[in-house]
Ligand binder design. Structure first.
Ligand SMILES: *Cc1c(COP(=O)(O)O)cnc(C)c1O
Length: 421
């Protein structure tokens, strides 16, 4: 049996209807922006392997650091014990986060980072003896696949089977100049019951790369602050350079109470989640009363290998060369936006930093399940480029090590495919 056949016999893949799934491609190795399959065919990873890879695959520096750590300390219980990589990572991260962020809580992935944030907000109210339990979120939000994270995500085909079991969330539109006054009036009317507001800043990724303006979000945040509504900023996708600045927070004039990170955190090397918070939030859990403790943890909390991967990735991220290359990607995407806008098959071109997205016009409806995306996906695979449309939304989220020539090659292939689509 070849690898695809062996895989088919034993593995159940994410977001995949296994009955109708096309052949699943075995990847043997990765290097820079490339992945290589079992027949030696190479693919450009233009979606950074589900938005996680920052510096390219199998980066030698991250590999070296993780390998050294693996020979020193691979894991230790994080209750009652600590270690250098977790301390150093928290110190380094807090230096580049908004200055009100003071404490780091470790977990395993984006969804768990969200669960921790939600539990902190609900228990913050509990510890203060008030009864705020409702949560405010954006329509079309995506915050992960565990139950809490699903609850604060927009209702969709993904959440339908669990509808009855998801807790109550009040969904609002993303802010625009036009609707801000109405949003404020509405929020004010319910602010007594609201424990927190959770949002993806600037860009709603999984919803189809929907974007909103930093000024409008800042204004909404300012209002939530006035209404004493805690804010959870989900930077699981936007963190670590994706928006052209280190964090989406760097585009905003207000600071959230809590922030969530995962995807780019380890440069795409190892799973890890982080929930950071302000001193005020942290202090709400300090008490002689044991019941005010945050009773949450995972077996692999602050795993030393993952912390080391994150430390190495952040070192690479902050190098002048990486920051220059992020700027280059932003500028090249902006120029390509103009080309796309002239194309008859393209609609609604939009960009936030290194992320560019557009709709492909066809005669079918726009939805995650329509077949346009699948056709495009296959066509680009044939051409050696991994692009994974969401419905008929196409987007690029390249690793930061991509060169101008490699970007031009991808742009060229996109125009060629759209010309004949
Ligand atoms: C991917 C994502 C999550 C969930 O992260 P996982 O690691 O996949 O659980 C949460 N929020 C946002 C904004 C995401 O893009």
């Amino acid at each position: 049996m070849n690898l695809s056949e062996r895989d088919r016999a034993v593995n159940w893949h994410p977001y995949t209807q296994m009955k109708t799934a096309d052949e699943i491609i075995p990847i043997i190795r990765g290097e820079g922006i490339y992945l290589f399959d079992d027949e030696g065919k190479q693919y450009i990873d233009a979606v950074s392997s589900w938005w996680v890879t920052l510096h390219g695959h199998a980066h030698p520096y991250i590999a070296k650091r993780v390998s050294e750590q693996l020979h020193t300390l691979e894991q230790v219980i994080f209750a009652g014990f600590t270690h250098e990589p977790a301390i150093q990572l928290s110190e380094n991260l807090l230096k580049i986060l908004p200055e009100n962020q003071k404490k780091i809580f470790y977990s395993d992935n984006g969804s768990t980072a969200i669960e921790v944030a939600l539990k902190i907000c609900i228990q913050y109210a509990y510890n203060h003896d008030n009864k705020k339990t409702k949560i405010l979120a954006f329509k079309n939000a995506y915050h992960g696949d565990t139950f809490g994270a699903m609850s604060v995500s927009g209702r969709s085909a993904w959440t339908n089977p669990f509808g009855e079991m998801l807790f109550e969330v009040i969904f609002i539109d993303v802010p625009t100049v036009e609707n801000l006054d109405d949003l404020k009036t509405f929020i004010k009317s319910i602010s007594d019951e609201i424990a927190c507001f959770i949002y993806e800043p600037l860009i709603q990724g999984a919803a189809g790369m929907l974007m909103h303006k930093a000024e409008d979000l800042s204004e909404l945040m300012k209002f939530c602050r006035e209404q004493k509504i805690l804010m959870i900023q989900d930077e699981v996708f936007t963190g670590f350079g994706r928006t052209g600045k280190l964090f989406a927070a760097d585009h905003l004039s207000e600071q959230p109470d809590i922030m969530c990170f995962s995807k780019g955190l380890t440069g795409g090397t190892m799973p890890m989640g982080i929930t950071s918070c302000s001193q005020e939030i942290f202090e709400a859990f300090l008490s002689d009363d044991q019941h005010k403790t945050l009773f949450h943890g995972h077996s692999f909390t602050a795993n030393p290998l993952a912390c080391t991967a994150a430390l190495a990735s952040m070192e690479l991220l902050l190098q002048a060369e990486t920051l220059r290359n992020i700027d280059l990607i932003v500028k090249k995407h902006t120029a390509f936006s103009e080309v796309l806008r002239q194309h008859s098959k393209v609609d609604h071109v939009r960009q936030t930093g290194t992320i560019i997205a557009w709709e492909v016009i066809n005669n079918y409806q726009t939805s995650y399940f329509n077949t346009t995306g699948k056709k495009l996906y296959k066509e680009f695979l044939k051409r050696g480029i991994i692009l994974r449309p969401l419905g008929n939304t196409m987007y690029l989220v390249p690793p930061y090590c991509i060169t101008a020539e490699q970007l031009d090659y991808i742009y060229h292939q996109i125009i060629e495919v759209l010309d004949h689509f």
